[in-house]
Ligand binder design. Structure first.
Ligand code: UD1
Length: 409
């Protein structure tokens, strides 16, 4: 049972995009509330390798300056560490007319193509080629990208961010049709506007960008991480605990709050604060993982852990990634009655879970087994927790402060 208060850190997916946006200007970009997770460290190293200054300052502050950028090609060993790094492509291409990178890494949760990023660049006049293991994008005679109507075949989060960052420094007007509406995309757009960009339609599926000649520095606060907040809300509900989640981005958590209430959790939502109390009699609920404002795919695996404790049969449909089910086998090792077929899972509960030796197979699959371990009888050993460190700041410490018995070996 978890009890007490926890403060949510800055959002991984907002911080990573905001760091890439610093490549669009010669002036200082100051970010606050940047989470100390390995993904922000790796991206910092990548930006430094291009010639940028990336300085971590106390209290979650980060100063970035891209005036010295003179390398336009990402080192493969850093780009393959996470998915967001590919977002250096749009800013580099827009400002310098050339960018090269290997395909990005990140969790193995599906095919994760980058076609919408590349076709967006092409629509704006870039020539994109595959040379050995890298993608090379360049503008004719290293000139500027030209504004265009860009249709996204899928409303990709990082694709929208990449194309938007390219469009702000292109000549003329760009319309991004079928854009992602995720809060992190919206926050990036607001930050770009603070840097002098002209973006409207923020939060809609149609983003309008009028290109500008240059962007200036800005200060931006990284929004709280909705996935971390959601993970703690699920943890409180499934352990029958009572947790005050401080600095929670409440307005963007509607889908999760709705499902948790249907499952029997008691939730009081205040401004920047969620009070979550678990009932002893959780009920099965079915859900689909969808693009925003639907229930986030990053909360699919943690929710599945909760549903092992709910009475009845829950059906989960994953509608974003084609390989989100890695957690299923690990939960089964702990006694969960869960089966997956393609992109769906069926969970029967409640089951008495038992401790086991399991693996964190990706960041959210890792969160799923960790939550299951909180309610399991006996100790659980989780291997490969570096996945958790990619996306959650001090997760073990925060859970320990709420009363969980958890140690890092
Ligand atoms: C981002 C988040 C990740 C989250 C995901 C969905 C970052 C760093 N990561 O990942 O935590 O789980 O959004 O909310 O922000 N697709 C294509 N073509 C493309 C790009 C994507 O078909 O060019 C498809 C993917 O295969 C996938 C779907 O779009 O099925 C969603 O991917 P996308 O929105 O791009 O996710 P990421 O930006 O990689």
């Amino acid at each position: 049972m978890l009890r007490g208060a926890v403060r949510i850190s800055g959002a991984k997916n907002h911080a990573l995009a905001a760091m890439c946006a610093a490549l669009l200007t010669d002036e200082d970009v100051i970010l606050t509330n940047v989470p100390e997770i390995s993904d922000t460290e790796t991206l910092g190293d990548l930006l430094r390798s291009l010639g940028a200054v990336v300085e971590r300052q106390p209290g979650g502050r980060m100063r970035l300056n891209a005036a010295g950028v003179n390398v336009f090609e990402a080192p493969t060993e850093l780009i393959t560490e996470n998915r967001a790094s590919f977002q250096i492509m749009g800013p580099l291409l827009a400002r310098h007319g050339y960018a090269a990178s290997a395909p990005p890494g990140g969790d193995v949760i599906g095919q994760r193509p980058i076609d919408v990023h590349l076709s967006g660049f092409e629509a704006m006049g870039a020539i994109v080629s595959r040379q050995n293991e890298r993608f090379v994008a360049e503008t004719p005679r290293n000139g500027r990208l030209k504004g265009a109507r860009v249709f996204m075949d899928y409303p990709s989060v990082s694709g929208t961010q990449n194309v938007m960052m390219a469009a702000v420094a292109a000549t003329g007007h760009t319309t991004i049709v079928n854009a992602a509406t995720e809060p992190e995309v919206q926050e990036l757009a607001h930050m770009l506007n603070a840097m002098g960009a002209m973006i409207s339609g923020i939060g809609s599926q149609m983003i309008e960008v009028t290109g500008v000649n240059s962007l200036r520095g800005a200060t931006a606060r990284i929004m709280p991480d909705r996935i971390e907040a959601g993970t703690f809300a699920i943890a409180a509900a499934m352990t029958g605990g009572q947790v005050e989640i401080q600095d929670a981005p409440v307005p963007v958590l509607d889908a999760l709050i709705n499902k948790l209430r249907l499952a029997g959790a008691r939730i009081e939502a205040g401004e920047g604060c969620l009070l979550v109390a678990g009932g002893n009699d959780l009920r099965a609920v079915s859900f689909q993982a969808l693009p925003y404002p639907g229930l986030a795919t990053d909360l699919h695996a943690p929710m599945a852990a909760l549903l092992t404790q709910a009475s009845g049969v829950s059906i989960i449909h994953e509608r974003v990634f084609d390989n989100r089910m890695l957690y299923v086998g690990e939960l089964r090792k702990m006694g969960a009655e869960i089966v997956s077929t393609g992109s769906s899972a069926i969970v029967s509960g409640p089951t008495r879970l038992h401790g086991a030796h399991v693996r964190a197979l990706d960041v959210r699959a890792g969160a799923s087994v960790l939550l299951a371990a909180l309610v399991a009888q006996g100790p659980t050993v989780i291997d490969d927790v570096y996945h958790l460190d990619r996306g959650y700041e001090r997760l073990d410490e925060k859970l320990r402060a709420l009363g969980a018995g958890i140690e890092r070996a």
